[in-house]
Design a protein around this ligand. Structure first.
Ligand code: NAG
Ligand code: NAG
Ligand code: NAG
Ligand code: NAG
Ligand code: NAG
Ligand code: NAG
Length: 442
C-alpha cells in the first residue's frame, strides 16, 4: 500500500505537466469544443439524476448517476466490461497520483486479470450514496457531445479519460440499469468537468439544469457559457453568486486496506448566513450554519439526495414559520413519509410559479444576495389532495446543517465556476417563462 500525501501547489504543478503531455496526444484531432453537454433525467424509483455517457472501444452507452460532490467517474467493472482500450493505472504512475490513489498492488485472490482486477495497479476510494469500496484506477476512451450556442455540435472524444472501476454492488439503489456515478467534485484533478476542461482547454466550469419531470430531460453544460435553456434564453446571464468554500478532509477507511485520507474535500460548500420566509428572518443557530474544521455544520449542495435536508432544530424553525405564513385556509394534515409538514391542497392557489407558497430566501454573504425558493420547489404533491413541504429532517446526528437537494434545484440553473471559485443560482426559470426541459437538444 502506498499513500500519496502531497501539498496542493505541488499537485497543480504536476497536473500542469500532465496537461502538456496529454495535449500533444490529442493534437491529431484538432476539434476544440468550448462547451459540451449531457442530458439528464430523474429516475422515478431512486430519484437520482441519471445521464448517459459513451465509453470504451467500441463505444458503449452507460447510464450514470450525477454526483456533484463526487471525486471522479466510477463504473461497475464486474459485469461485462469489454474494451480494447482499457488501461489499468500502473503503480506510481501519473494516473495514480492524479486520481489520488490510496493503495497499490495485485488483484487479490486470483491470478486472472480483467478490467478492475489487475496486477501492479493502483486503487482509490469509490463512494456511492450509501456505500464505499476501493476501485482500480484506469483510463479508457470517453466521448461526449459538444454544443455551440444553442446548436448541438460534433462528438468530442477523450482518448484517456481517468476513472475508477468498482464492484457492481455499489450500484445498488442508483436506479434501473445504472452502472455508476459521474463525479463533478471540486479540488479533484479527475472530476468530470476538470478532466474535460484540461483536455479541451476550456475554463473549469459547468452548470446543471435539472428537470422536474421523470419523462423529459434536463441538461448539464460543461465549459463556457452561454447556457441556452430555450432557443432565445441564455440562463447564465443573471446569476446570483456565492463563493465556494473549500475544506480539508480527514477520514479513515478500514476496508479492505487501512487508509487515512487527508486532502481537500470534493464537496461543494457554501455559506448560508440566514433564511427568510416571506421576508422574515428566522432565528437559527449561527454555529450550526457555519462549516467547521471537522466538516460539520454549514451548507452543502448535493444532487445525490432528492430533497433538501435540514438539521432538526433548523427544520423545526423553518417548518413552523412556513406553516404560519401559509394562507389560513390551507390546513395542515397528517405527515406523509419522508415529509413531516403536509397540507390539504384543496384551497391552495396556483400560478405559473407553482403553488402559492410563502417565499423562502437562502441568504448568502450579504442580506441582498439570496436565492429564492418558490412554491414549485418548496411544495410537493404526494396525493390528490395532499401537498408537503419538500424539505426533510436530517436523520444523522452529524453532518451539514443544510444539504441542498435535487428538488429545490429543479428548473433553476446552478453554475459551478471552479476557475473563479463561486456558484451561481439563476432563481426559478419559471420567472422567465421557461424550464430545464424546454431545450431541443435530445
Ligand atoms: C460556433 O459557431 C460559430 C458561428 O455559428 C462559429 O463561427 C464558431 O467557429 C463555432 N465554434 C466552435 C467551437 O465550433
Ligand atoms: C477468479 O477468476 C475466475 C475466472 O477466471 C472467476 O470465475 C472468479 O470469480 C474470480 N474470482 C475472484 C475472487 O475474482
Ligand atoms: C497464482 O500464481 C502463482 C504463481 O504463478 C501460483 O503459485 C498460485 O498458486 C496461483 N494462485 C491461484 C489462486 O491460482
Ligand atoms: C461488495 O462486494 C465486495 C466484493 O466484491 C464485498 O467485499 C463487499 O462487502 C460488498 N459490499 C456491500 C456493501 O455489499
Ligand atoms: C448551536 O449549535 C451548537 C452546535 O450544535 C451547539 O453546541 C449550541 O449549543 C447551539 N446553541 C444554541 C443556543 O442552541
Ligand atoms: C381536504 O379538504 C377537502 C375539502 O374540505 C376535504 O373534502 C378532504 O377530505 C380533505 N383532505 C384531507 C386529506 O384532509
Amino acid at each position: 500500500m502506498k499513500l500519496f500525501p502531497m501539498s496542493s501547489s505541488r499537485f497543480y504543478l504536476f497536473h500542469f505537466c500532465f496537461l502538456l503531455i496529454t495535449s500533444t496526444s490529442l493534437s491529431k484531432s484538432n476539434f476544440q469544443p468550448k462547451t459540451l453537454f449531457l442530458l439528464v433525467k430523474k429516475d422515478p424509483s431512486s430519484l437520482q439524476y441519471i445521464t448517459k455517457i459513451h465509453q470504451r472501444t467500441p463505444l458503449v452507452p452507460l447510464k450514470l448517476a450525477i454526483h456533484i460532490g463526487g471525486e471522479s467517474l466510477w463504473v461497475d467493472c464486474e459485469n461485462g466490461y469489454k474494451s480494447s482500450t482499457y488501461n489499468p493505472a500502473r503503480c506510481n504512475s501519473r494516473q495514480c497520483s492524479l486520481a489520488r490513489s490510496t493503495s497499490c498492488g495485485n488483484c487479490y485472490g486470483n491470478n486472472t486479470t480483467r478490467p478492475g482486477c489487475n496486477n501492479n495497479a493502483c486503487y482509490n476510494v469509490v463512494t456511492s450514496p450509501n456505500s464505499y469500496t476501493d476501485g482500480e484506477i484506469a483510463d479508457d476512451v470517453l466521448s461526449i457531445q459538444s454544443i455551440n450556442g444553442s446548436i448541438p455540435g460534433p462528438i468530442a472524444t477523450v482518448p484517456n479519460f481517468i476513472f475508477s472501476c468498482a464492484a457492481s454492488n455499489l450500484t445498488q439503489n442508483l436506479g434501473k440499469n445504472v452502472k455508476g456515478m459521474v463525479g463533478f467534485g471540486q479540488q479533484s484533478p479527475v472530476s468530470f468537468a476538470t478532466q474535460l476542461a484540461s483536455n479541451f482547454k476550456f475554463s473549469r466550469q459547468f452548470a446543471i439544469c435539472l428537470s422536474s419531470s421523470t419523462k423529459r430531460n434536463g441538461v448539464i453544460f460543461i465549459g463556457h457559457s452561454p447556457y441556452f435553456i430555450s432557443l432565445a434564453y441564455d440562463a447564465s446571464r443573471d446569476l446570483i453568486y456565492t463563493p465556494i468554500i473549500t475544506q480539508p478532509r480527514y477520514f479513515t477507511i478500514t476496508y479492505p486496506h487501512y487508509v487515512r485520507i487527508n486532502r481537500a474535500s470534493p464537496e461543494y460548500y457554501i455559506q448560508v448566513s440566514s433564511v427568510r420566509i416571506n421576508g422574515k428572518n428566522l432565528r437559527l443557530n449561527k454555529t450550526l450554519l457555519t462549516l467547521d474544521e471537522n466538516e460539520e455544520g454549514g451548507t452543502r449542495i448535493s444532487t445525490a439526495i432528492p430533497y433538501t435536508e435540514l438539521e432538526a432544530s433548523i427544520y423545526d424553525v423553518v417548518s413552523k414559520s412556513f406553516v404560519s405564513e401559509m394562507p389560513k385556509e390551507v390546513k395542515k394534515v397528517p405527515a406523509v413519509q419522508p415529509f413531516k409538514t403536509c397540507f390539504n391542497s384543496t384551497y391552495i392557489g396556483m400560478s405559473r410559479l407553482g403553488y402559492n407558497a410563502p417565499e423562502i430566501n437562502l441568504v448568502f454573504q450579504k442580506a441582498n444576495v439570496y436565492w429564492t425558493i418558490i412554491g414549485a420547489n418548496s411544495l410537493i404533491k404526494v396525493s390528490n389532495d395532499v401537498i408537503c413541504l419538500a424539505f426533510v429532517e436530517r436523520k444523522k446526528v452529524s453532518g451539514q446543517a443544510i444539504v441542498i437537494g435535487g428538488y429545490q434545484m429543479q428548473d433553476n440553473l446552478v453554475e459551478f465556476d471552479l476557475a473563479r471559485s463561486r456558484i451561481g443560482f439563476s432563481n426559478s426559470l419559471f420567472f422567465h417563462q421557461t424550464m430545464c426541459s424546454n431545450h431541443n437538444y435530445a
